[in-house]
Design a binder for this molecule. Structure first.
Ligand code: PLP
Ligand code: CA
Length: 299
């Protein structure tokens, strides 16, 4: 009997995937868009799947926007999506704190990150400080100076922050080490594709800085942590075997799917090349394809 190849191309989407999948969870950057450019035929594929009764959800590790911010981005690209179909790591951080009933502690969150995290915390009534407001701050460091932090900080959320600075690092350091605040990372992506011309330092940068000074490991709420899949499976009552994760990265998306009991398809429309996929053996998607346009069988 001929052995099945380790990496299988999606050639017959209907029988390989569509017949047995009720819910698709799409990663955003590299699958739906690249930066600000929509990937070819995405609107047609989403219409096609929805016409077959499939539910589509969208998950992004990019914490800079809230779900409301992503609804605007979807609309501006000519795509339909409701806030309830979108899961960003900014939302995951807020939902995680909510699941632990953080509000009842009377504490606040110190935020390293852009607008998205604060917007999501506001929706759940979780008080927060830091974020964009600390953009231009720097600590005084004359003889005898020390930085004072708000004693009511009970958690530090670290997300991607283009205005990350030493003030924020020391604030987070003091909150975590001296107040015992919980260290939460929205995601730990090493690099991101802010522009399609090169790879840019991702949130692994900010998380690495806080890990470095505190010597603590964060709770990661974005992909590949199970939190978002568990949340969706629980909230919408979806059996995990009927879920297929579709993403462009092995270390976040495919791992997110395979370690959570769902199926996973790798699209080569983002950061992973076929050569890179074949050159590693740890994370094996159920199928790979060039892009989600391959979900539609050509007529
Ligand atoms: N974080 C940042 C800051 C990004 O710019 C991106 C992609 O552009 C990501 C994370 C990864 O997003 P996704 O999970 O949608 O691929
Ligand atoms: Ca991606």
């Amino acid at each position: 009997v001929a052995q099945q190849p380790r990496f299988q191309r999606l050639t017959d989407p209907q029988s390989q995937v569509l017949n047995t999948t009720q819910v698709f969870i799409f990663d955003c950057d590299g699958v739906i868009w690249r930066g600000d450019r929509l990937i070819d035929r995405v609107p047609q594929v989403l219409d096609y799947l929805r016409a077959q009764g499939k539910r589509c959800f969208f998950v992004t590790n990019n914490s800079t926007k809230s779900r409301a911010g992503y609804v605007k981005k979807f609309t501006s690209l000519g795509l339909n999506a409701e806030a309830s179909e979108i899961f960003s790591s900014s939302f995951a951080a807020a939902a995680y704190l909510d699941s632990k009933n953080f509000q009842a502690t009377g504490k606040k969150v110190y935020v390293i990150g852009e607008a998205g995290i604060g917007e999501e915390l506001d929706l759940l009534g979780i008080p927060h400080i830091g974020g964009p407001a600390d953009k231009d701050k720097s600590p005084r460091m004359g003889p005898g100076d020390k930085m004072e932090v708000d004693p009511d900080v009970g958690a530090v959320v670290v997300g991607f922050d283009r205005y990350f600075n030493y003030y924020k690092a020391q604030y987070a350091n003091l909150c975590i080490r001296e107040l015992g605040a919980e260290f939460i990372a929205t995601n730990t992506d090493a690099v991101t594709h802010l522009t399609d011309a090169q790879e840019w330092a991702g949130n692994g940068t900010m998380v690495g800085a806080i890990r470095g000074c505190t010597q603590r490991e964060p709770t990661v709420v974005g992909k590949p942590s199970p939190l978002m899949i568990d949340y969706m499976a629980h909230k919408y009552g979806i059996p995990k075997q009927e879920i297929c994760i579709v993403g462009d990265r092995l270390d976040t998306d495919v791992l997110f799917g395979k370690s959570n009991g769902t199926r996973a398809i790798l699209c080569l429309s983002g950061v992973t090349t076929e050569q890179h996929m074949r050159g590693q053996s740890q994370v094996v998607p159920d199928y790979f394809c060039d892009s989600i346009a391959d979900f539609m069988t050509p007529e």
